[in-house]
Design a protein around this ligand. Structure first.
Ligand SMILES: *Cc1c(COP(=O)(O)O)cnc(C)c1O
Length: 400
């Protein structure tokens, strides 16, 4: 048997052909594939606008700038996430305040957010960055209601959940990144995520003003034609000029970056996106098989269960002897992972005053969590091997 990792990308011949076609074309970057990718992705997550960028981290950074995060801004996020969700606030000089997770869903607990908001003067906080951890969608509407109450913006970190959704009170589906409840949502196309560009990211929104600002920030803060910038969109990459400005004119209106994605990467993204729904279905089937296999072992393992709208980027279980199970699986060439060491326990955030003991449920979860292999090309035989190894370990444990 080959090694079984916890996550794995998939590149088909069609993907390769799509990339080769761009390599033979006139545009390696700043060409038509980027706009095509943005439109297809916006459609997939049900948003009005999408801006493709060089990574999920770049997406977070641009969102923080676009929402005017600066020194003195205080923003709430979950400790159980990849550090980038918090770091984007630090890039802009703002302060990160960690809530705690709900021990059932592993998501940022809205009650913990409310407690933070209630225990500070009104106006202390600027925004919330909830994370659709493991692919499970936050309750979008509940977060919006709370954010409105305290005049906060929301950046939804949806790196784990393209295609995931929640329901609102009247039973309508709300897709992660749809822009209906969050000002901005972000995605990553790192190879371990649902679809990949090698490296890449996306911001989605329904807010036109934010959309234009993000387009500008992605490319140095430069605008080619101030008259037409807001009205005619960048779609018209060439030969589109108002009378006030000659062809060569451009102006830098604010400090931006080069966070562009290339057409080579966008072409891979477009091709991968065509299979995204199939990938989601396969991930859900894998999650169901894990759930059924471990359902009766509930004394030793707690798993999140099968939830509608869950995009299953990860399948997380909790076991008492996590290190034992991790090592046993590793010896048998099954490579599991821990998501995540809580952010507030990172040396960097410790230097900023956080310490072990600050967030009970996040730390308790971290003691026992383990992410099992889940990716579309994981075969039933491979999954059965993983399951039987875990069962073997657990029965051995209980005899001790
Ligand atoms: C992957 C990831 C990011 C960062 O994305 P990159 O493309 O690697 O920069 C941010 N947040 C979460 C939750 C992620 O999983």
């Amino acid at each position: 048997m080959n090694t079984i990792p916890y996550g794995k990308h998939e590149v088909t011949e069609l993907d390769i052909q799509a990339v080769v076609d761009v390599l033979k074309s006139d545009f390696l970057t700043q060409g038509p594939k980027i706009i095509e990718f943005e439109k297809a992705f916006a459609k997939y997550v049900d948003s009005k606008f999408a801006v493709a960028v060089s990574s999920g981290t770049a997406a977070l950074h641009l969102c923080a700038i676009a929402l005017n995060v600066s020194a003195g801004s205080k923003v709430i996020t979950s400790p159980i996430t990849f550090a980038a969700s918090a770091n984007c606030i630090r890039y802009c000089g703002g302060e990160v305040v960690f809530g705690d997770i709900d021990p059932e869903t592993y998501l940022l607990d809205i009650k913990s957010v409310r407690r933070l908001l209630e225990s500070a003067p009104y106006g202390t906080y600027s925004g919330i960055i909830p994370v659709n951890f493991a692919g499970r969608s936050i309750n979008h509407e509940e977060f919006r209601v709370l954010a409105n109450e305290y005049n906060l913006w929301i950046i939804e970190d949806s790196c784990h959940s393209p295609g995931g959704y929640s329901y609102n009170r009247i039973g309508e589906k709300s897709y992660c990144g749809s822009g209906k409840y969050a000002e901005l949502s972000i995605f990553s196309f790192h190879p371990v995520k649902h679809i990949t560009c090698g490296e890449g990211g996306m911001i989605t929104t329904n807010d036109k003003a934010l959309y234009f600002r993000l387009l500008k920030l992605r490319s140095h803060g430069i605008v080619k034609n101030p008259d037409l910038f807001q009205s005619s969109i960048i779609e018209s990459t060439g030969g589109f000029h108002s009378e006030n400005f000659p062809n060569w004119y451009m102006e830098m209106q604010e400090l931006g970056y080069n966070y562009r994605i290339s057409d080579i990467q966008a072409a891979l993204g477009i091709s991968q996106l065509k299979r995204a729904k199939d990938g989601l279905r396969l991930r859900t089937e894998i999650a169901k098989r894990y759930f059924e296999a471990f359902n009766k072992e509930s004394k030793i393992i707690r798993q999140s269960g099968v939830v509608e709208g869950h995009a299953y980027h990860l399948y997380v279980i909790e076991v008492e002897n996590r290190l034992g199970l991790y090592s046993f699986l590793h010896q048998n060439k099954v490579l599991t992972q821990v998501h995540y060491v809580p952010c507030h326990m990172m040396p960097y955030y410790k230097q900023r005053g956080w310490k072990k003991g600050d967030r009970f449920y996040s730390e308790k979860y971290y003691e026992q969590c383990l992410s099992l292999p889940i990716y579309p090309s994981l075969s039933i035989q491979e999954q059965e091997l993983v399951i039987s190894l875990i069962q073997k370990f657990l029965s051995f444990e209980s005899k001790q």
